[in-house]
Design a protein around this ligand. Sequence first.
Ligand code: NAD
Ligand code: UGA
Length: 460
Amino acid sequence: MKNILCIGAGYVGGSTMPIIASHCPEYRVVIVDINEVRIAAWQSDQLPIYEPGLDEIVRQTRGKNLFFSTEINRHIAEADIIFVSVNTPTKMFGQGAGRAADLQYWEKTARQILENSTSSKIVVEKSTLPVRTAEAMERILNSNGKGLHFDVLSNPEFLAEGTAVRDMQNPDRVLIGGRETESGRKAIESLVEIYAQWVPRERILTTNLWSSELSKLVANAFLAQRISSINAISALCEKTEADISEVAAAVGRDERIGRYFLRASVGFGGSCFKKDILNLVYLCEHYGLPEVARYWEQVVKMNEYQEARFAANMVSSMFNTVAGKRIALFGAAFKAHTNDTRESPALEVCRALLEEQADIVMTDPYALENACLDLKEMATRVTYEPDPYVAAKDAHAIDILTEWPQYTELDYEKIYRSMVKPAFIFDGRNLLDHKRLYDIGFNVYPIGKPPLSRLVQHDS
Ligand code: NAD
Ligand code: UGA
């Protein structure tokens, strides 16, 4: 039996490795982490992440060929293939602060692999890393005096949270980058064989190391760019009475453009889009390409503008003040079907409204615990309420900030009756039936569409 080790039991390690274990019964898969609480949660019935379908796969494989552990050194020694999926956040200090990737966790892992290895191994970069990181990893690993050889591969992960299991079971592509040497080609083939257990061969792309590392940053930059593009147009729609949903449908019908990722919103969130684009911007600057850097930086700036615009629009629509007004935020997660709140636009809107001295109550079916941790510096000023009806009671306004399908099924007549009048809904996800809400009595402010409000002064 071959041994696979994954270092980092976060979203990526925790959702990809159980699927590898389920398709490859002849491999023993161990996931390790320095975070003991996290590992204990992976070993329990209450997994540390909410990801539809994952519980069942973990239940089926755990204890058979899937194991969670904090004994990192021992498992490094035993492993044939080591995936590294530690976090690579934006560096917040020194050179490149606020842009470059912070590679300290990644480098510690490389050194730990080196110290504890007694046999040659394949080391796979699963984390998202700056292009040419594998070169540094190879240098660290192969500078050993033990006569060991390490093949470094890049195998970036493209899954999205909330659909991780589906994305991993049926990926658009699996990307594997490696060296064009004999040993590099053999290493690539070992990894191809693992994925080929369930992924059709033609969807497994093999490239050189740098193309693979860079493709991951570029894929995220392109996805985020589409959202910033449609959000930029949403602002223009609000000035011109064009409707962003109609514009997106018309534009997306062109097969060259495509219909996905054109949903205007309060902004994109998540742990990766912003950090990966800033990383790309830093790389462009590093390689002396300031024009290219500015081009991509604008995607992040547009997102910040959209979040700020949403909060500012609320204040101006609510008679230029929200001070002391109860505002119910529906949604804390950065998207539906996850409990992840990293870089969530809901938290940005919350912070902006707290600046305006609003009285905030936040509701979410899965993400309140994480939101509470993220907003701990403002703990006394936000109320966390799992029941959306209780959250909305006595509120002046509701903000839809996460597209949870459950919010479409609420009894908005009942909610309207319990709110202060005039009652407002700001739909940051264009999720609800706006005409119906207006008929109930709400003043409705979507993204990129004319408001349905009894309070708006029309020019004509
Ligand atoms: P995460 O923060 O959820 O998990 C990382 C884990 O690594 C943590 O549990 C941390 O304790 C552990 N860790 C850090 N240093 C360690 C060490 N020296 N030894 C053992 N464990 C260590 O991060 P994530 O969301 O899983 O992301 C991991 C990487 O994958 C990042 O580079 C990210 O950009 C990339 N990625 C993330 C997603 C996503 O949807 N979250 C998707 C694709 C790629
Ligand atoms: C994203 C990518 O989709 C994955 O391919 C990638 O692997 C991952 O980042 C990563 O590297 O971490 P994720 O952030 O989990 O996945 O979720 P997305 O579905 O991409 O959504 C990101 C944000 O964009 C969310 O806040 C979502 O609400 C928003 N969004 C998405 C829009 O506002 N409009 C859209 O049309 C689509």
